[in-house]
Design a protein around this ligand. Structure first.
Ligand SMILES: [Zn+2]
Ligand SMILES: [Zn+2]
Ligand SMILES: [Zn+2]
Length: 332
């Protein structure tokens, strides 16, 4: 028995034919199939009438005496069904279900790729953004009915990441506490903490490390000149009290001539540290020849880096000018 499908199904059936998951649905109706083992006998008239009432026509026995092939009055395709289902329940046409799922996917901006082999309630979808996701069919149906698209976790996390970057945070992953609506973020200072996503979107995200103690107090970026014997050097750094740092913390010889060339004031120690680090990175990247290695100055200065040749002083002044421009409210 062959019937051509109604014309309004034509586009869907084209999609349908390209989706491999349907292949097994029609398997029993193919006489060429190795699984085709028709039962010889007359199909009882009451089965025919039960099937008709439920929107199907029984076309033949398939597989064994408990299964028949049902022709769906809706999509004109056949599938195998247990007789008991036809008599006692309302059989559903797997093709119609699949056609509906393809339609629902389209209505929510996605494409159904196939079913999830691990769960009959889930399908795999390609979203408009290009990401592939797994979704419950009924969720897709709800989205389609509501006229909205399927959300993409990958894109959403990317948006959170970009938003966090604006405020100096890096999205690490799920919240350490496991709380819903939170993620784990790392601040530029290294501090890792859980922050509510809603708060991060507004920049309402105080760093537990920076917003308390020394890092929140005003600080300075300084340029020192240190007259090491035979090798005068420049030190760029930050400190709450630069003069004190120069005199006591560098640990240099009392006879070494030192001088504070410049200090600029920054609102917090955290700002000072970030800006100072940025300046060191710029110098190392653009003027590596001006960096004096620890092996050259040894214990003359009690620090592991941040030391430059005297010729660097002009460039360092310019870097400090740029920092000042980024903090226009602060007087030097
Ligand atoms: Zn159907
Ligand atoms: Zn996406
Ligand atoms: Zn911090």
């Amino acid at each position: 028995m062959t019937m051509s499908p109604p014309t309004h199904f034509a586009p869907l059936l084209r999609v349908f034919d390209t989706v491999p998951v349907f292949a097994d649905l029609v398997r029993f109706s193919r006489s060429a199939s190795p699984t085709y083992r028709p039962y010889k006998g007359k199909i009882p008239p009451k089965w025919h009438s039960a099937a008709r009432k439920k929107g199907f026509t029984i076309t033949e026995w398939v597989k064994d005496r408990l299964h028949v092939s049902l022709l769906c009055h809706c999509c004109n395709r056949t599938h195998a069904k247990r007789v008991s289902v036809i008599l006692a329940h309302y059989p559903e046409c797997p093709h119609c279900i699949q056609i509906r799922r393809v339609e629902e996917a389209g209505a929510s901006g996605a494409r159904l790729l196939g079913r999830d082999p691990k769960s009959r309630h889930y399908g795999h979808y390609r979203l408009a953004c290009g990401h592939q996701v797994q979704r419950q069919y009924h969720r897709v149906a709800l989205a389609a009915q509501g006229g909205h698209g399927l959300g993409c976790e990958t894109c959403r996390e990317q948006r959170y990441k970009e938003q966090a970057h604006k405020f100096g945070w890096n999205l690490i992953g799920p919240a350490q506490s496991g709380k819903l609506g939170y993620r784990s973020f790392q601040h530029t200072c290294g501090q890792v903490q859980d922050i509510m996503i809603g708060n991060m979107n507004w920049g309402d995200c105080a760093c537990k490390k920076c917003s308390s103690g020394r890092a929140s107090k005003p600080s300075f970026i300084y340029i020192f000149r240190i007259g090491l014997p035979g090798q005068p050097v420049i030190k760029l750094g930050y400190s709450v009290r630069p003069e004190k740092r120069l005199r006591y913390q560098l640990g240099n010889d009392k006879n070494v001539e030192t001088e504070v060339l410049r200090v600029i004031h920054l609102p917090t120690g955290h700002d000072a540290r970030c800006e100072e680090e940025r300046a060191h990175k710029t110098l190392a990247a653009l003027h590596p020849e001006l960096v004096v290695s620890k092996t050259k100055y040894g214990d003359g200065v009690n620090t592991v880096g941040e030391i430059y040749r005297p010729e660097a002083v002009g460039i360092i002044h310019r870097l400090l000018d740029e920092i000042k421009k980024r903090f226009p409210d602060i007087a030097a």
